[in-house]
Ligand binder design. Structure first.
Ligand SMILES: Nc1ncnc2c1ncn2[C@@H]1O[C@H](COP(=O)(O)OP(=O)(O)OP(=O)(O)O)[C@@H](O)[C@H]1O
Ligand SMILES: Nc1ncnc2c1ncn2[C@@H]1O[C@H](COP(=O)(O)OP(=O)(O)OP(=O)(O)O)[C@@H](O)[C@H]1O
Length: 559
């Protein structure tokens, strides 16, 4: 007896082109997801994961316009054109930036918002609020305004709001991006339970993480096309090298891509030749094994590998010593008994008696669970928040007594969500904005040649030179993180602060971020990097500090 296989999600020959683009971001995507399946979409930064999620959840073309071709069905509807109420009863979807999902006041209002719009009875809404605040550890902040939450708290609230709709299908784009390790485990358990109870799940991720082994099937995306699909075991066993080549898995050599660049730039051509042979050899093998790919995609891979290789050989100026940084005992920033409370909120202060020093050439990783005070500390250090007097000293000056202009003047700050930091309309203008400001140039003044070349080198290094005329908002998440970092590192500063720079990024992005950080440290800068994944910075010689409920716990070892 044969059972007919009826997919719940069905895409056939789907291509999508953004309104301002000349070429498609997604090309000929054909995909089926059965009811109760868990499909994971994995692809490097900018490969099109978010775009695919947004085509499936109907935001594209409904909200952002653009041109979609091919057929998309979720059950019996086309999400791109269905009535919103009908869509909400079928699926819930969460993007990478929780701020874009949150609409109302308190946490519990946020959870009630969707069901209220679907006219769910009040008693049932109350039950769902109780259930999801408990499941997602939101009870203590249930009555707080969503605008006063930390990044991870906002992400959990956004997820609770989606789950309270009791959707049949859940589409989650990097759902754990801002969560601390315990929060990640909790989230994993929740979505696994939800899936086990019959829900259809689609998740997207830039890296091959532990969650992958839990899903039923994986689709690998590269340059807007599906290049591989299979079970997690099959892909790991037969296609490991391709996954490395696409920056989804870390390179097995133990040597970072950027340090290969350094060796290549320093004349160790054998290294990059080996690397190229490896890729060429690999591409040949992968060609035979790939279940679905196209010659066009293959050419893209070979082409971009070659571009990277050429860049390494050309840009000597990017070279830094391959070994760690030289740390001096000269302090760049001193924090003395810093206590800080947001006005009118919280039972305990966001920061409580924090004390530490960062020295010249030092990289410090700042870790801690969601809501422990990391972002608050970075805002105070960067001058965005007014520090209390006698708590933060730069060059012996009490920054609590300085104007915002003076205290923020010589810090490079990379925001947790780069979209909050853009000031220009193109990638190029964003990149040179700080240089122009430091030279007192207006936007129509010509940039001196040396500065122009350095900015171009940096954009090329980040793989963004071809995007110079595009809006920063139109970049993929990892590309945005790199641009935000590049903009800051172009200006020599004594102190750089990066808030979760590697979250939801592929190994290409992480590698370049790491390289830029180490280069800055080797030139004498001090760096503070907020992260939930200190392991990504292994080998950087960084010191680790951990915050617990606003109190600092110093780890004595370096990684
Ligand atoms: N609004 C837009 N207009 C034009 N191009 C866009 C827009 N949004 C995204 N793109 C481009 O589409 C490509 C795919 O982006 P997308 O955000 O889907 O990638 P991604 O795989 O989710 O990346 P990441 O994991 O880094 O977020 C990128 O090159 C990006 O620059
Ligand atoms: N604007 C604000 N107004 C009031 N309280 C705030 C505000 N921003 C943050 N808080 C509170 O301060 C505490 C520390 O938040 P912070 O954002 O510094 O944490 P975090 O360690 O960066 O968290 P995450 O890892 O989730 O980003 C949290 O309890 C949070 O609710």
């Amino acid at each position: 007896m044969s059972t007919e296989w009826i997919p719940f999600v069905q895409l056939s020959g789907v291509s999508y082109t953004y309104e301002d683009s000349t070429s498609p971001t997604l090309e000929q995507i054909s995909l089926e997801v059965q009811s109760g399946e868990w499909l994971m979409i994995i692809g490097g930064s900018g490969s099109g994961k978010s775009t695919l999620c947004r085509v499936m959840n109907g935001q594209l073309p409904r909200i952002a316009g653009g041109q979609r071709e091919g057929n998309v069905r979720i059950g019996d509807i086309d999400p791109g054109f269905a009535e919103p109420g009908l869509l909400a009863s079928r699926m819930g979807s969460l993007g990478q930036d929780p701020d874009a999902e949150l609409v109302v006041g308190m946490v519990e209002d946020e959870i009630a918002f969707g069901p209220e719009n679907l006219r769910v009875p009040a008693e049932e809404i109350g039950r769902r609020i109780d259930h999801w605040t408990k499941a997602l550890n939101l009870q203590s902040i249930r009555y707080e305004s969503v605008h006063q939450l930390s990044g991870g708290q906002r992400q959990r609230t956004a997820l609770a709001a989606v789950l309270s709709l009791q959707p049949q299908l859940l589409i989650l784009d990097e759902p754990a991006a801002s969560l601390d390790p315990a929060g990640k485990q909790d989230l994993l358990r929740i979505i696994e339970d939800w899936h086990q109870s019959g829900g259809t799940l689609i998740t997207a991720s830039a890296r091959w993480e532990e969650t992958v082994m839990l899903c039923s099937r994986v689709v690998i995306l590269s340059e807007g096309r599906i290049v591989l699909q299979g079970t997690p075991d099959e892909l790991l066993l037969h296609h490991r090298s391709l996954l490395e080549q696409l920056y989804i898995l870390p390179p097995r050599t133990g040597q970072s891509v950027a340090s290969k660049a350094v060796m290549s730039a320093a004349g160790y051509s054998r290294y990059s030749d080996t690397d190229q042979n490896f890729h060429a050899d690999h591409t040949m093998k992968a060609d035979k094994a790939i279940t679905r790919t196209t010659s066009k995609t293959e050419q893209h891979h070979q082409h971009s590998e070659k571009e990277h290789h050429n860049y390494y050989s050309e840009t000597m100026s990017m070279a830094v010593p391959a070994s760690a940084t030289v740390v001096s005992r000269q302090p760049v920033v001193e924090v003395r008994d810093l206590t800080y409370s947001y006005s009118g909120s919280a039972a305990y202060p966001a920061l409580d008696g924090v004390q530490f020093t960062i020295h010249v050439g030092e990289i410090v990783l700042l870790c801690g669970v969601n809501g422990s005070g990391k972002t608050t500390l970075t805002r105070l250090l960067s001058g965005l928040l007014q520090p209390p007097v006698r708590s933060i000293y730069r060059n012996g000056q009490d920054t609590g007594r300085q104007s915002i202009y003076d205290r923020a003047a010589d810090t490079g700050y990379v925001f947790q969500h780069p979209d909050h930091q853009w000031v220009a309309s193109t990638v190029w203008e964003e990149c040179v904005y700080g240089i122009r400001a430091s030279l007192n140039l207006r936007s129509r003044d010509i940039l001196p040649e040396s500065y122009r070349k350095e900015a171009e080198d940096m954009l090329r290094f980040a793989g963004l030179l071809e995007r110079r005329e595009d809006s920063p908002y139109s970049l993929g998440g990892g590309q945005k993180r790199l641009l935000a970092a590049v903009c800051q590192f172009l200006l020599p500063r004594p102190l750089y602060i990066l808030d979760e720079p590697g979250s939801a990024a592929d190994y290409f992005t992480i590698d370049r971020l790491l390289y830029l950080c180490r280069r800055a440290a080797s030139q004498g800068a001090a760096l503070l990097i907020v992260t939930h994944e200190p392991e990504l910075f292994a080998g950087s010689g960084a010191r680790m500090l951990t915050l617990e409920q606003g109190r600092l716990v110093e780890e004595k070892y370096s990684i």
